[in-house]
Design a protein around this ligand. Sequence first.
Ligand code: ZN
Length: 133
Amino acid sequence: MKPNHIEHIGIAVENLEESINYYEKVLGLECYAVEEVTDQKVKTAFFMVGQTKIELLESTDPEGPIGKFISKKGAGIHHIAFAFDDAQEALDNAAANGVQLIDKTTRKGAEQLNIGFLHPKSTGGVLTEFCSK
Ligand code: ZN
């Protein structure tokens, strides 16, 4: 079992509008969606780079996961997401290999993907997301 590609790279930003501007003006990418994910307390913006997306994450609540991340570490790369045919199967496989999971079962993320996170303690410090359609 292996991922098909890198689905997206999640980047925590202080200011979504300014960051969108950077990716559009400097990299020439087009922001094709802005979406609020209320249970994650974030506003997201998406750009396509080949098969991979850049997912910008602006916190809507200082107590939310991105708010806490930024106050601790500052803005920057937050997580990497791998696309699998079946994210649940991939999570189960990781758990069977002794990986500590944040999500034992998948939940709905941005763009209605089924997503689940692995704990960075088990992944060499990289917050890792598995997703599938
Ligand atoms: Zn993500």
